[in-house]
Design a protein around this ligand. Structure first.
Ligand SMILES: CC(C)(COP(=O)(O)OP(=O)(O)OC[C@H]1O[C@@H](n2cnc3c(N)ncnc32)[C@H](O)[C@@H]1OP(=O)(O)O)[C@@H](O)C(=O)NCCC(=O)NCCS
Length: 306
């Protein structure tokens, strides 16, 4: 029976397929959050296409693609997953070809197998998804970058969850207060992040502050924001982004904000967190004992026609 590719609405069936098809347990465990972030969460900000592959009545594969909100000629494959019993039968190929066709028709000239921030589940293809890497090469994609996450242990005794009171008192002596960010802080946080680091983090701030399984902390002095750290915008176990104003660097603000977020994630029951798409390795290693673990290859292909 031939595979048929159609547009889908995200549903419990899609989540279930992803749960079965994402071979790494840490991804399967967050399948519901991933599907929600890449479809409903992303669709408010950029064009999104959700494709399903069916054989008869069975959903055998899913692909989520999107267009960059900054560069309309740039498309992304955010997720592709084929049910374990259905692999090497052309399902992944059929999904990719249809995604390429649809994205090209909407003006995309370059397609990335890479995360489309702020709504992304992976920076690229985790090297342990080796079949996906083989499929990318078979489809004429070339690797153009490498990215990595850092893993932080959140169990008792880890440097990531050591008490923050002393650090907080040291900062208070310098007039700096640190607190949880509330929804009313989002406009000021956005202005701060834009003005200090460019416009890349608006979406992640909006999707973190005051949302379930997510949050942010900020540092301020005399009503001026000096830094922030956020977690959970696309995946509950993922930390980031964070930033300290250059003028306030070296006071220990970043390390304290990071550990306050990690403490929230530990309190929510997580035993480890991922610092996504890093970033300053020595800082995370030094302040939270983080280690590089997940490594991702990012792929790109020029679309020459439908
Ligand atoms: C990656 C994935 C989507 C591929 O789906 P698929 O339906 O098996 O892919 P296809 O049958 O269309 O394969 C297309 C080509 O990719 C290559 N390929 C796919 N799997 C391969 C493997 N295990 N080893 C070597 N090459 C492979 C082959 O060239 C294949 O063509 P061929 O079978 O004619 O030789 C599937 O393995 C999967 O769901 N993996 C888990 C989820 C995942 O890794 N997603 C990506 C991260 S988000």
């Amino acid at each position: 029976m031939d595979v048929e590719i159609t547009e889908l609405e995200p549903s419990a069936t899609v989540v279930d397929l992803c749960r079965r098809a994402l071979d790494l347990p840490e991804d399967a465990a967050e399948a519901a959050a991933i599907v929600d972030a890449l479809t409903r969460g992303a669709a408010a900000h950029r064009p999104v296409v959700v494709l399903g592959a069916t054989r008869g009545a069975d959903l055998t594969g899913v692909l989520v693609g999107s267009v960059s909100s900054r560069e309309p000629g740039l498309g992304h494959v955010d997720l592709v997953a084929v049910a374990p019993g259905q692999r090497r039968r052309g399902v992944g190929r059929a999904l990719l070809v249809e995604a390429q066709r649809r994205l090209a028709a909407s003006g995309v000239t370059e397609l990335l197998l890479a995360g489309n921030p702020p709504h992304y589940a992976w920076p690229g293809i985790d090297v342990r998804y080796t079949p996906a890497i083989c499929a990318a090469l078979a489809h004429g994609y070339r690797q153009d970058r490498t990215a990595w996450n850092m893993t932080v242990d959140l169990t008792d005794g880890s440097p990531a969850v050591r008490p923050t009171d002393a650090a907080q008192r040291r900062l208070a002596a310098q007039g700096v207060t640190v607190r949880r960010a509330e929804p009313a802080d989002v406009p000021a946080l956005t202005v701060f992040a834009r003005g200090t680091f460019g416009g890349a983090w608006d979406g992640e701030l909006a999707a973190s502050v005051g949302r379930p399984e997510a949050g942010a902390h900020l540092a301020e002095r005399d009503g001026q924001i000096l830094g922030f750290a956020a977690y959970g915008s696309s995946r509950p176990s993922w930390f980031g982004p964070m930033g300290t104003a250059p003028a306030a660097e070296g006071l220990g603000i970043g390390g304290l904000l990071l550990r306050r977020c990690l403490r929230d994630q530990a309190a929510a029951g997580l035993r480890s967190a991922q610092i996504g798409w890093v970033g300053p390795v020595p800082f995370y290693s030094g302040t939270a004992g983080a280690r590089i673990e997940r490594v991702f290859f990012l792929y790109r292909k020029t679309l020459t026609g439908p």
